[in-house]
Design a protein around this ligand. Structure first.
Ligand SMILES: NC(=O)C1=CN([C@@H]2O[C@H](COP(=O)(O)OP(=O)(O)OC[C@H]3O[C@@H](n4cnc5c(N)ncnc54)[C@H](OP(=O)(O)O)[C@@H]3O)[C@@H](O)[C@H]2O)C=CC1
Ligand SMILES: O=C(O)C1=N[C@H](C(=O)O)C[C@H](O)C1
Length: 258
């Protein structure tokens, strides 16, 4: 039985993660964490009475194999560092980690031979979109990314958009802006990652969509995915949990293991 702690347990994704863990016969929910809660009574959250509810990281003292994190960008680094320090394998979905933070976490986990994953997106459609985009980047020199999310999203660009841009850049290895003479007083050309423009839309009526548009002389190619239910992320989380239990390194990106 794989023992799991869910951090950010009562958020939109945390609730899906708790439900998934409870439904999977190979997993056992042992604890949940969120510092911004009033009660530590599991019954107040519809949890079984033996589940430990924590609001203080330093008080987490239970035996656990996996730390699932769907919290907030400003907290995920400290949460992950804590999990690694306790030998709990991190399965991190929270966005907002910088490249430096990600590298530091990888070094910490690898030094302890601890398996884990930081995945910008656990959705199969998004992972395939990123893989297809990386393949297309070999044949198209120019790409722009448009990501659309619900209006409560705290960070922009999305972790998925940033990871897509990284994967494209890995192949293209370009660093210059496409048109350095461009005038854009309103910032309408979007963010710039090594010449790959990223446009972030925040609107009610959406969960998470992304399209990657490639352009070349006389032709274009669009790779697009849409998320219409957060439950879709849980297939990837389950797969990641089982996979990291067999590994001794921190993996960056679900696309590296499927
Ligand atoms: N990788 C993936 O596939 C996916 C990643 N995400 C990412 O997951 C994260 C969570 O998304 P979502 O569930 O929609 O957001 P929510 O705001 O719904 O949930 C976040 C939860 O974390 C809680 N929280 C606040 N501070 C901490 C802390 N220090 N430690 C633990 N929990 C804390 C919040 O509490 P309170 O509300 O009281 O502040 C809230 O309950 C985001 O970064 C999002 O981008 C989302 C979907 C898929
Ligand atoms: O905040 C979200 O909702 C999502 N966040 C992740 C991201 O930043 O890419 C994954 C997905 O896009 C949903």
């Amino acid at each position: 039985m794989i023992k799991v702690i869910v951090s950010g347990f009562n958020g939109s994704m945390g609730q899906k993660a708790v439900a998934m863990v409870n439904q999977n016969k190979d997993f056992q929910l042992v604890g949940v964490f969120n510092p911004i809660i009033d009660s530590v009574d599991p019954l107040d959250y519809g949890l079984e009475p033996d589940i430990k509810v924590y609001k203080d990281l330093s008080k987490i003292d239970i035996d656990a194999d996996i730390w699932i994190d769907f919290s907030i960008p400003s907290a995920v680094f400290d949460n992950t560092k804590f999990a690694i320090s306790k030998g709990i394998r991190p399965v991190i979905g929270t966005s907002g980690l910088s490249e430096e933070q990600t590298t530091e976490l990888k070094l910490l986990a690898d030094a302890k031979s601890l398996g884990g994953i930081i995945a910008s997106n656990f959705g199969i459609s998004a992972v395939l979109m990123m893989k297809f985009a990386q393949t297309a980047a070999k044949y198209f020199d120019q790409a722009e990314i448009v990501e659309t999310h619900h209006e409560d999203k705290l960070d922009a660009p999305s972790g998925t958009a940033l990871n897509t841009a990284r994967l494209i850049h890995e192949v293209q290895q370009k660093d210059e802006p496409i048109n350095p003479n461009e005038s854009d007083p309103l910032g309408t050309r979007g963010g710039d990652y090594h010449g790959i423009k990223i446009h972030a839309i925040r609107l009610p009526g959406f969960i998470a969509d992304e399209e990657v548009i490639f352009g070349s002389d006389g032709e274009s190619l669009t790779v697009k995915q849409s998320t219409t239910d957060r439950a879709s992320f849980m297939k990837g989380v389950q797969l990641a949990i089982k996979e990291v239990m067999k590994r001794d390194k921190l993996v960056i990106g679900l696309e590296k293991i499927i």
